[in-house]
Design a protein around this ligand. Structure first.
Ligand code: UD2
Ligand code: MN
Length: 354
């Protein structure tokens, strides 16, 4: 019996020894596995293996990261490469209904033109406009006309897919009006702001009756207002160049711009025609149906009386053109105001008193 108990005791001691031995080695292993500097030198091979594993995992990490990013990443929209706008703008409607009986405030017009940027600017959003066009309007004290012009022209120009800005060139003071000189100022000021390649010069009181009459430049200088209601929708004479015209930058510079010396009403449009002719260029025109215009009826303005000297000057047009033009232009800008509908430039053009 005693012998049996001794055996059991020895067995128990053996068992507990075995247990503690296992426990000791297990502890040692677990310390080595989960780091600590203490164990670093003690089992280099083991640590190396761990580091290697970690490195392999780290090396794999970017891949794993990339893979996970690929999954959640929303594919970026393919970068839209804009194409040149088509030769014929797709949204043109043809003949237009135009009337001047409705009173419009500038604010009402502003609300309608929500596609414009400050300065009276627009650029087609879905294609690259064929031309960058500055619209130049000689102006003084014609605010009623201005409202109508903006109301009708902005949507037309938008449909024509033009990259454009509207410049109202406002003559400062009460001196004699000078339409052509104001148009030169418009050219010079517009060129300071943007790299325009085309200039459309328009009276404030002329609204096109067909949006297929494109406000852009052509191979030769263009006369757009060929069929006005006030002339029974016809040309008043063959060489008529008044109302609305367009010249590319090159064409404009070729004729040294416009004359600065036509004070008061009349003659300057014929002088411009002479300049074009004397430089060997022809005039391009829309047909009489497309080139229809409605003019807002008005009296002759104060300080813009017909100038009796202008017809004589006209005879010397081709002689004077080298000395009188964009190369001799002198003026002082008084103010530039950028509205959403237009860039309004008030300018002192050294006008004589009338
Ligand atoms: C004709 C021509 C015009 C020009 C002018 C002679 C037509 C439709 N147009 O216009 O192109 O050759 O004769 O100079 O035939 N303006 C003002 N405030 C003024 C005076 C003139 O803003 O006080 C501007 C305005 O843009 C006007 C333009 O100058 O539309 C031409 O003046 P106009 O309308 O009095 O001359 P009009 O109709 O005889
Ligand atoms: Mn007029």
């Amino acid at each position: 019996m005693r012998k049996k108990s001794l055996k059991t005791l020895v067995f128990l001691v053996f068992l507990s020894l075995a247990f503690y031995t296992v426990l000791f080695f297990y502890k040692k292993k677990s310390t080595a596995t989960f780091s600590s500097k203490k164990s670093y030198g003690t089992d280099k091979a083991f640590i190396w293996a761990i580091k290697e594993t970690v490195q392999v995992q780290q090396a794999k990490k970017p891949e794993a990261l990339e893979a996970s990013q690929e999954k959640i990443e929303i594919p970026a929209p393919a970068k839209q490469i804009l194409e040149r706008c088509p030769d014929t703008p797709p949204d043109l409607v043809g003949p237009l209904y135009v009337e001047f009986t409705v009173e419009r405030t500038l604010d009402e017009v502003r609300k309608e033109m929500n596609f414009l940027k400050e300065g009276g600017r627009y650029k087609p959003p879905d294609c690259i406009a064929q031309q960058k066009v500055a619209l130049i309007i000689p102006f003084r004290n014609r605010y009623d006309h201005l409202r109508h012009w903006l109301y009708y022209l902005h949507p037309i120009l938008k449909r024509q897919q033009v990259d454009y800005t509207v410049y109202i060139i406002n003559q400062d003071g009460e001196g004699v009006f000078n339409r052509a000189k104001l148009m030169n100022v418009g050219y010079a000021e517009a060129m300071k702001q943007y790299d325009y390649d085309c200039f459309v010069f328009s009276d404030i009181d002329l609204i096109p009756l067909d949006d297929r009459n494109l406000y852009r430049c052509f191979e030769s200088p263009r006369h757009l207002a060929v069929a006005m209601d006030k002339f029974n929708f016809n040309m008043p004479y063959d060489t008529f160049f008044g109302g609305v015209s367009s010249l590319s930058r090159d064409q404009y510079l070729k004729i040294n711009g416009f004359p600065n010396t036509y004070w008061g009403w009349g003659g300057e449009d014929d002088d411009i025609h002479e300049r074009i002719k004397s430089r060997g260029m022809t005039i391009s025109r829309p047909d009489l149906a497309t080139g229809k215009y409605k003019m807002i009826r008005h009296q002759r303005d104060l300080h813009n009386e017909a100038n009796p000297n202008n017809p004589f000057k006209l005879r010397l047009a081709s002689l004077n053109m080298n000395a009188d033009g964009i190369n001799s232009l002198r003026y002082t800008v008084k103010a530039i105001v950028k509205d959403v509908l237009y860039t309004f430039i008030t300018v002192d053009i050294e006008a004589p008193q009338s």
